[in-house]
Design a protein around this ligand. Structure first.
Ligand code: BOM
Length: 143
């Protein structure tokens, strides 16, 4: 599962460059998307929430009310090798995190809170990829 999460993260992260300008997320605030999984990563910049919003839209993973589109998200995860072992669990986690921050009316902040909750839950459930795995793959892909 951690292998699948690594692939999904890097796949989703490919939309970061596309979303940088409109979200104002500078490289100083987040160099590469996989830094999301660093132990010391801070969820403090609203711009990151805006970027994840844009990235989710890029892959058509949101409904008209800017919540996760369950079916499309499930399909997206299943486009990665062995994605079926993770898709249901990921959709459940994201949905539970959305419920938790339902009262936040600013979409960028709400999505940032959902992302932090997603990371924490994945870590607790033992499905968070390690930085070693992410970096090794990231470097391999760029060569
Ligand atoms: O209600 C807003 C829904 C936004 C979803 C936010 C999820 C945060 C995920 C950030 C990391 C993602 C890695 C892969 C995601 C694939 C969906």
């Amino acid at each position: 599962k951690v292998e699948v999460m690594k692939d999904v993260t890097l796949g989703f992260g490919e939309a970061l460059q596309h979303c940088r300008e409109q979200s104002q997320l500078t490289e100083e605030k987040m160099e590469e998307f996989f830094h999301f999984w660093r132990d010391d990563f801070k969820f403090e910049h609203r711009e990151l929430g805006c970027a994840i919003w844009c990235m989710s839209r890029h892959f058509d993973l949101l409904t008209d009310s800017h919540r996760m589109h369950h079916e499309n998200t499930d399909k997206f995860i299943k486009t990665f090798p062995n994605g079926d072992v993770l898709s249901k669990q990921m959709v459940t986690i994201i949905h539970a995190c959305e419920q938790k921050y339902e009262e936040e009316t600013d979409h960028c902040w709400r999505i940032l809170h959902v992302a932090e909750c997603f990371k924490k839950t994945c870590t607790d459930q033992g499905i968070a990829p390690t930085m070693e795995m992410l970096m090794a793959e990231f470097i391999m892909e760029s060569e």
